[in-house]
Design a protein around this ligand. Sequence first.
Ligand code: FES
Length: 608
Amino acid sequence: MIARKLEVTYLPYDRTTRVPPGTTLFSAAHWIGLPIDSTCGGRGTCGKCKVRVINGRRDAETADHRQLRPSEIEDGWRLSCQTHIHEDMTCEVPALLRVPKAATMGLGRLVILDPNVRKVYFELAEPSMEDQRSDIARLKDALTAEGHDMIAGVAVLRTLPPVFREAGFRVTAVLAGENLVAVEPGDTTGDCYGVAFDVGTTTLVGTLMNLRTGMAASVLSTLNGQAPFGADVISRISHGMNGPEAIRELQDAVVTTMNSVLDDLYRETGVTPQQTYEAVVVGNVTMLHLLLGVDPTPLSMSPFTPAFMDQLNVEAREVGLHIHPHGYVQTLPALGAYVGADIVAGVLATGVVREDRLRVFVDVGTNGEIVLGSAQRALATAAPAGPAFEGSQIRCGMRATVGAIEGVTISDVIELQIIGGDVPAQGICGSGLVDAVAQLLLAGLLDHSGRLRLREDVPNHPLRDRLIDVDGVRAFLLADGVYLTQKDIRELQFAKGSIAAGIKVLMDILGVGPQDLDQVLLGGSFGSYLNPESAKIIGLVPAVDVDRIIAVGNSAGEGAKIALLSYRERQVAFELPSRIEYVELSGRPDFNDSFIGVLGFPQLAPVR
Ligand code: FES
């Protein structure tokens, strides 16, 4: 059970948030997008984040004594990054010393540009007989004076003597958090990049970000090179069961794919690996296990326990990623075995769990990952949907590539939207399938139990000739050689029924109904292409007004970009597992009951 949330109010803005006990005042402010000054990113070394505690516990920590004057401590000023919330609190936030750069990202989120990677240019005093400090002490002293802590590994240390001397002690220090990544000759502060990766089971998207401007330099996507080992996570895990060599194969496949994306990004932009200091990577739990070469086998069997779910910070060369050799790879945490870092990134990008509005975020795919809630309380789950939405196990199903029917409109005639435009239809992809079924329902060619009608049932319907028989099974002809069978419709019913039942279970736990939902957010590579109206007609999502159903695009990729651009937002992502309650659906009788209840289609269709 999650501990009672505590309330914090920030004056003079009069902004209030509720957070789990132990959260810092600094982090809690960022939950509600309230910027507090900082150059150290919450490490207690810059002294810029002070707030005055008006109500609530205000024990002074060592860092407070180091950074603040005794009179300030006496007056209640504390470093907000060091002050943990253990009871309801009120504090006063001073005006910002500098106006932070901010960018709108994700679903209208205003993100303050404050990357974990920082570059600082120094003109250091040259050594002399009077000043015999070591190279590293010279740099550390300069960084400390600017409010930065620093840890240097031996690999970077090796580079110091030549760089310092060749550059006449005019150097730029590159920090990722407090890790010294590089010391570069001269002032290189203008060139600072990072990469955000969304590693999907099918598709991988990489965005090279300029960390100074917050703008994307370029974005590329490609198919995950693990595809030859199977289309879904279960077949990848099955391959991994062949032993360490097989896990290495899977790891090599995904790292090679990421590196090919990086090489193309570098080629396109002229940015170099040496200027790219950090990668933020999100993906489902299996993808992150395989990326790091960790055996995912236990994920495939009850009780579904992964080797790790927390965020990890790993040296890039340990992963084999083509960024700066001393750069870092940061992953985001997962909420459960089947609600991974991609969903955490989606929650970050959409701001669900930060606002008072009640929203449900659904990532529709082989699994339907669902997060329902608001700043008050939030729940997450994964509903097994099977491969129907991906176009698999559908007689004429195919991936969303050229030739796939992606949209269907049925009136007296049938209109098809085909990927690639003016090309013959070769099959139907997930969004086309959902559209087709919704339109058949509306046209009265399919009843609400999911049964295709026979020609004799609809003698006057202009499309009755398209009701055909394929190998003794009822079907509807969409285009030459492309049809939808009764069995396909059943597959879709199971897939949407599972997700709809998952949403219903979470709504029942929160004690809310569709009328209470402010928004339904459809995310993921498939969900974003769904026609919201069709999703509602087939009952995949709760019955809310269509204008409250919103496709949010690649929310996982957006979340990864946000975590790359803002150290503070990254902290928010790290805290999400403690703010969202995970609900396991398997074995829950209410899930099975709801599933049966939502297998059919809502009675919305006017029957001819
Ligand atoms: S001391 Fe730097 S953010 Fe708190």
